[in-house]
Design a protein around this ligand. Structure first.
Ligand code: NAD
Length: 457
């Protein structure tokens, strides 16, 4: 349903100038699709910067909550949503509104299938639902993390296949045409890390053609202090994967060294702290009970999958995956050993898990190692409960069905073992050690506190 269908279509240059004018005057309508951990903060940032913003989601519960200025993400206070609403932010499930947008930013999930292959269904479903409402001159940006080639090989052909008129994706055409522009710009958010303001995180942008790159740079340049244009969507997609693979591989390295250090009786945390004093060439990564979240355990495998098309084995990714995936099982072994040393068996032991989110101070349970650890402990016959200030209940997810309620910290002394899986800042670790019979600490949360009740692993 594109509006410009005259016999003389505009040039890409004319469309570009029009878009940039709208961005400069803050009159460009911004549509953000997928109002989750990435999309909602982005929508709020554009609103804060004076743009008219519409958020789209298929989850009508989220839409209803936003419309009544309620938040479903802990770190986004309801006052921020109320303020954005008063500034014109709207949330909707009505995709016909897409035709009114000048820029459309896609922030939908990119998980793995049960066979650990890329699941692009959220992206393709989104593209299918917006294409009937696309019009000439719009900029479409994919922000979801994905393998290099997704924008050019999946999104662009789908747009052109699904649309019924003469709308085309701009590819540096010299002749005028009914163009839409397509770019990729990865999200680089670090949930729970407030040390860098979101607008201070440089924004990578890569377009299908030079026009799309310029439009995306203009758009993001209006809310981020620095944009980093790259030569293609593939480079932008690969940049995000490099960043996450770098983390994944380095975390695997310290996880493996932690296992060795435990055997050698060396404190890996002390080693990392000492190595961190080197002013160059070393960046600290920390071991833990396993990887979690929507990014680090998943994104690297998007690249491994794509690499197979080129007869290429990504060995670092596979090895890091193998080490990181084994960590929850090592944690269960450490818990069993710690109980054993006190003459107790895992079977029948009462265990309380402290912290279930995949990292501290956030309300995100996705891929959390706590889920695997709880299930594995249960399979071994332990009676497992949990405490986490961010989760009053753990019900059913894509891969788990635990049906547990958060238990009070005050009862910690009733358990044979308390296991610190997430080092939330709100916990009083001295009190925990005081009250508990045995504490297994996978995060070095009890550093500086000396007690025979504590086993660090
Ligand atoms: N969470 C992070 O910290 C983070 C950081 C960087 C990159 N990313 C990437 O950003 C993307 C989104 O991640 P997220 O954490 O925000 O996910 P999320 O699950 O929190 O949010 C995704 C939202 O998209 C909605 N959605 C799904 N299908 C849709 C459709 N067809 N149309 C409209 N809405 C739809 C869902 O209802 C949900 O609200 C992923 O590719 C992820 O890898 C996430």
């Amino acid at each position: 349903m594109h509006t410009l269908t005259t016999s003389q279509p505009p040039s890409a240059l004319a469309l570009k100038c029009d878009f940039i004018d709208k961005v400069s005057s803050r009159t460009a309508n911004i549509g953000v699709i997928g109002l989750g951990y990435v999309g909602l903060p982005l929508a709020l940032l554009f609103t804060e910067q004076g743009f008219p913003v519409t958020g789209f989601d298929i989850d009508t519960k989220k839409i209803e909550m936003l419309r009544s200025s309620r938040s479903y993400i802990c770190r986004i206070p309801e006052t921020d949503i109320a303020l954005a609403t008063s500034q014109g932010f709207r949330a909707t499930a009505d995709f016909e509104q897409i035709s009114k947008m000048d820029a459309i930013i896609i922030c939908v999930p990119t998980p793995l299938t049960e066979y650990r292959e890329p699941d692009l269904s959220y992206i393709t479903q989104t593209v299918r639902s917006i294409v009937p409402h696309l019009r000439v001159g719009q900029l479409l940006v994919l922000e979801s993390t994905t393998y290099p080639g997704t924008t050019a090989e999946v999104v662009v052909p789908l747009i052109e296949e699904v649309q019924s008129g003469d709308l085309r994706v701009s590819r540096n055409d010299e002749q005028p045409g009914h163009f839409v522009f397509v770019a990729f710009s990865p999200e680089r958010e670090d949930p729970g890390n407030s040390s860098v303001a979101r607008s201070d995180i440089p924004k990578i942008v890569g377009g299908i053609d030079c026009h799309a790159s310029e439009l995306a740079a203009a758009l993001y340049g209006s809310i981020f202090h620095k944009t980093v244009p790259v030569s293609s969507t593939g480079v932008a997609e690969m940049t995000k994967l490099l960043e996450n693979i770098y983390r994944c591989v380095n975390i695997a390295l310290v996880n493996e060294l932690k296992l060795l250090c435990l055997r050698m009786g060396i404190d890996i945390w002390e080693v990392i702290a000492a190595a961190s004093t080197k002013p160059f060439g070393f960046q600290a990564f920390y071991p833990g009970p396993g990887l979690g979240g929507h990014c680090i355990p998943i994104d690297p495998f998007y690249l491994s999958w794509k690499a197979r098309e080129f007869d290429f084995a990504t060995r670092f990714i596979e090895l890091a995956g193998e080490i990181n995936m084994a960590m929850p099982y090592h944690t269960v072994d450490f818990i069993a050993e710690a109980l054993n040393a006190r003459g107790k068996a895992l079977k029948g032991a009462r265990i309380v898990i402290l912290g279930v989110s995949y990292k501290k101070d956030i309300d995100d349970l996705r891929e959390s190692p706590a889920l695997t650890i709880i299930e594995t402990l249960q399979k071994s016959g332990a009676i497992v409960e949990y405490n986490d200030p961010y989760f009053p209940r753990i019900g059913k997810g894509r891969k788990y069905d635990l049906q547990l309620n958060c238990v009070p910290l005050e009862d910690i002394g009733e358990y044979d073992c308390a296991v610190i899986l997430t080092d939330h800042s709100s916990y009083d670790y001295e009190q925990i050690i005081h009250d508990a019979q045995l504490v297994v600490d996978t995060r070095n949360a009890t550093r500086g506190l000396s007690s025979t009740k504590v086993v660090r692993c």
